[in-house]
Design a protein around this ligand. Structure first.
Ligand SMILES: *[C@@H]1O[C@H](CO)[C@@H](O)[C@H](O)[C@H]1NC(C)=O
Ligand SMILES: *[C@@H]1O[C@H](CO)[C@@H](O)[C@H](O)[C@H]1NC(C)=O
Ligand SMILES: *[C@@H]1O[C@H](CO)[C@@H](O)[C@H](O)[C@H]1NC(C)=O
Ligand SMILES: *[C@@H]1O[C@H](CO)[C@@H](O)[C@H](O)[C@H]1NC(C)=O
Length: 313
């Protein structure tokens, strides 16, 4: 660079920056080819699978319940809770996020049993966090087990698409072997049910939730970029709901799995649910290399002693 005259340096720098910009958009952001697990399931309607959790007036079922719009406005957020609790299975929703200025808005698709086990609850979280200043959204994943609330196990990812333009699939595999988070069928995180993880591995039946709420305090560095209601209402659309696994029937308190012959330990048929295929593992490596920007396992300032599963390769 030092050898270039000034008038060449600046155009060269500009070309370099544009190239980096284009590469950043088109290079690593072409997702790898993976098996489309989400195609293997039929979809539940939101009016049959779910009930109101809160914010009823802000919940709108459309297309006969195959899609639900949940809204956050100055009066309230809103949310749905599954009518059944599930012990292991495959859980997925196609979600389209609110466009425009979305700072502080949180859209969550998660599983929890905090209502029944307040002191030793389990939780598996997909949280989409409206960005602080512009219209990027961030995907945060988290896992709690047996009341492990003092240890946050967050991992955060950028998305390789604009999540406000179209529906994209956000999915969770949860069984006796592992927990896997997937975006458009691309695995982004796997938590194997290892000895190191076993004491905090989610293991009790959980409900499924779809919510939108004001995360100003929680999601934006203590309220640095709060929700701006000038841009309200914020509407998230959920479609293509899959909840396939073993149901705990609330009235009978007995468990029944979606398909006969499958056990609650392996409630979903298919090798890819038991263990990531080579193709899925490679896709996960890609997503972690290019899209993950935070992992609790790489945060020694937060955990002087990293949680035990972090040291297992
Ligand atoms: C993508 O993956 C699927 C399933 O693994 C495979 O059948 C298909 O041939 C692959 N397509 C390409 C273009 O590699
Ligand atoms: C609406 O959904 C119900 C079941 O949830 C179904 O019986 C009915 O046929 C559907 N109607 C239309 C117009 O698709
Ligand atoms: C929020 O939306 C609900 C339902 O549409 C409406 O009744 C309420 O007035 C709205 N609140 C505000 C502050 O706009
Ligand atoms: C859950 O945590 C409690 C203490 O809070 C402990 O006694 C119990 O053994 C734990 N259960 C499992 C399965 O690790």
């Amino acid at each position: 660079m030092a050898l270039l005259p000034k008038n060449v340096f600046f155009p060269a720098l500009l070309v370099f920056c544009l190239t980096v910009e284009v590469l950043a958009r088109n290079g690593p952001y072409t997702p790898p080819n993976v098996t489309r697990l989400t195609d293997r399931f039929s979809h539940l309607s939101y009016n049959r699978g779910f009930s109101e959790f809160y914010g009823g007036p802000n919940i709108q079922l459309i297309s006969n319940g195959s899609i639900v719009n949940i809204k956050l406005n100055k009066s309230s957020g809103s949310g749905l809770v599954s009518q059944n609790k599930y012990h292991y299975g495959f859980f997925s929703a196609a979600i389209k996020l609110p466009a425009g200025f979305s700072s502080g808005v949180v859209v969550a698709f998660y599983m929890s049993n905090a209502d029944v086990f307040p002191h030793n609850h389990d939780e598996i979280d997909i949280e989409l966090l409206g960005h602080e200043k512009n219209k990027d959204w961030v995907l945060q994943t988290n896992i709690y087990g047996n009341g492990s609330v003092s240890t946050g196990r967050e991992e955060k990812f950028r998305l390789w698409f604009d999540p406000t333009a179209q529906f994209h699939h956000y999915s969770i595999i949860w069984n006796s072997h592992h927990i896997v988070f997937l975006v458009d069928d691309v695995p982004v995180r796997e938590a194997p049910h290892t000895v190191a993880f076993s004491s905090v591995y989610p293991s009790k039946p959980m409900s499924v939730y779809a919510t939108i709420w004001d995360g100003s305090q929680w999601a934006t560095h203590g309220g640095k970029y709060p929700v701006n209601y000038k841009y309200a209402p914020f509407v998230a659309s959920f479609g293509e709901m899959v909840m396939d696994g073993c149901k705990l029937n609330p009235t009978e308190a007995a468990q029944s799995c979606s398909k006969s012959g499958l056990s609650s330990l392996d409630p979903v048929d298919g090798e890819e649910f038991v263990k990531l295929s080579r193709q899925q593992s490679m896709a996960m490596e890609w997503s972690r290399k290019h899209l993950m920007f935070y992992s609790y396992c790489r945060d020694p300032s937060r955990y002087k002693v990293l949680p035990p599963e972090c040291n297992v390769k």
